[in-house]
Design a protein around this ligand. Sequence first.
Ligand SMILES: Nc1nc2c(c(=O)[nH]1)N[C@H]1C(S)=C(S)[C@@H](COP(=O)(O)O)O[C@H]1N2
Ligand SMILES: [Mo]
Length: 529
Amino acid sequence: MTDSVTAAPETAPPATPHRPWWPPALAGVLSLGLGLAAAEVVAGALGRAETPVVAVGEEFIDHTPSWLKDFAIQTFGTHDKTALLVGMGVVLVVLGALIGLLTARRKGWGMLAATALLVIAGFAVNSRPDTTMADLIPTVAAGIVALPTLSWLVGKATGPTTPQPQLTPSPPSAPTRRSFLTAAGITAGLAVVGSGLGQLLGARRAGVETSRDDLASTIDLPRATPPDGVDLVVDGGEPWRTPNQDFYRIDTALSEPLVRAEDWTLRVHGMVENEVELDYDQLVGMGLESRWLTLNCVSNEVGGHLIGNALWTGIPIADVLALARPTADADAVRSTSQDGWTAGTPLDVLTDGRDALFAVGMNGQPLPVAHGFPVRMIVPGLYGYVSATKWVVELEVTRFADFEAYWTTRGWAEKGPVKVASRIDVPNSRAHVDAGTVAVAGVAWAQHRGIDAVEVRVDDGDWNAARLAAVPSADTWRQWVWEWDAEPGEHRLTVRATTADGEVQTSEEAPPVPDGASGWHTIDVTVDG
Ligand SMILES: Nc1nc2c(c(=O)[nH]1)N[C@H]1C(S)=C(S)[C@@H](COP(=O)(O)O)O[C@H]1N2
Ligand SMILES: [Mo]
């Protein structure tokens, strides 16, 4: 006996109101779109090329089988990249719609799927050559924007979350529908504005990279082949010449200043008889010189790696100052970068004949943007914070008594001559080595004075003279090696250097603040019998 047809209304299963499928799908697509637009803005602002979309596209290109590549080129010709982007757009719309629908039914799963998509994009970014952790920032921004938007917009698309007991299904009420459409419209508008802004910001970066590429053929940069005998080539040691992409980077710029060479000028003023303004061609026209110079940061700890050595090509700062003719009572030069950072350098250091340069080239390449393109200063013998102004646009000849520079207002010393230092690179700290002959090796530096001796000590034993590599001048770091006849047990190795003018590196420990770290570098190793 079946009386279900006539069953009392109160025993019927709760009615699920019919809802159209497209609002949550649209919500998914728009949230994803807004997230990706946010990534474009952040990437543009930071001057980073690797947005999640670009990285996934590039990975796709790199991993496309060649038959598909050939097919794409044959079919789309030079529009193959456009075809790829359209294809990716279609895939993103489908994925966004699916994520929106999933979020409407199972919110947790939908959010997880969106997160997974961004994590995959993050892996793509990470697999691109030359990327650092900072290149992940745009992808993270995409997540920070997309996930809350997804939750909010899908919520709007599906109406109030508190179930309203209803006997008869009713269509979503007009106000709910209208508020979803408003929210969707705002999201779409923001996504469009965001991607436009991202394009604009990214174009500036592209313009600067083009300017750099052009210079590679118009200015005369030498091949940066290290001189003979500078590299001891000990296994695990650092190369004497630091490749540009491995050169430490320190600056206060959250996004790199983007200045095209053709837009750059340098103004020299203050206590001078003749104010000077030079553009890039005029500066380069004064004559380029190339010098191996080691640059290090005052913040480097004993044993640290905030130091690098490169072939710098540029114009002597002294030549530019000679055009301006500083007055006799001046004793300082305050240099300013395009983004307003300042350094104070002693005038006599800049004019005493040392190779202080306005550098335009680094290791045979136009200066990388991160290292100060188009022009930066580098002064052998001084820490970077008092001398190595990147993106330099202005010199004011002045007196130390009359100004403070960026780091001196923050407790660092007014003058920053480099302290003599030495570092053990091989073996690694806490390494296990076999008893017998062990190469102990590293670098020592005292720019502009030069290194005359390096000694190594085992535990509290006598100092042993290390063998020194060649150097082209007193302005670079110097590699050293000492052959140790290692006996089993735990040992502590200590290094110290002596400068060419006779200063023995002090054992007295000082922190980096206010004028550079001092003390001997030591490492502990275990010699296995
Ligand atoms: N414009 C600008 N130039 C700058 C800095 C900076 O913050 N802004 N930092 C200085 C410091 S503290 C150092 S150690 C060197 C580092 O140069 P690098 O990043 O090319 O290694 O740049 C110097 N020049
Ligand atoms: Mo520095």
